[in-house]
Unconditional design. Structure first.
Length: 140
């Protein structure tokens, strides 16, 4: 299995999880709005009647259904994210990485300037700098 940055499954799954969280919040708002509307209808405030009571019940039921659906989807998505992260961790732990270091640079050693740039070294010693400019290739 060859995964690249573009193939990272956790990005897409994370977007789904974020969408679920937004719908869960909207569902909670719908339930609260339904409860408030039902109270208004029951108390007879603002001339609210039976249709407002039915609308509030429909709003609460819709919020409850949406909440339950998105909570279960979020749980499944979180499980998928954990599984993908475990797979990524397992794949990374299988890689046998070696630390490669260049030997320290001493005065009088001739190494071309491009080698310094790749190794991250700076040319502080004038002799090394002068010698590095004279050579186009590093003798192996």
């Amino acid at each position: 299995m060859n995964l690249t940055i573009e193939d990272d499954p956790t990005d897409e799954i994370s977007e789904i999880a974020e969408s679920c969280r937004k719908f869960i919040l909207a569902s909670k708002v719908a339930i609260a709005g339904g409860v408030a509307l039902l109270l208004v209808a029951m108390l007879g405030l603002f001339g609210a009647g039976q249709s407002a009571a039915l609308a509030s019940i429909a709003l609460m039921l819709g919020g409850i259904v949406s909440l339950g659906s998105n909570v279960s989807t979020l749980r499944q998505t979180d499980a998928a994210i954990n599984e993908a992260e475990a797979l990524r961790s397992d794949l990374i732990s299988r890689i046998d990485l070696l630390v490669v270091r260049d030997p320290p640079i001493e005065a009088g050693v001739t190494i071309p300037a491009c080698r310094f740039a790749h190794a991250g070294y700076t040319l502080r010693d004038k002799h090394v700098e002068t010698q590095a400019k004279k050579h186009d290739e590093f003798p192996l």
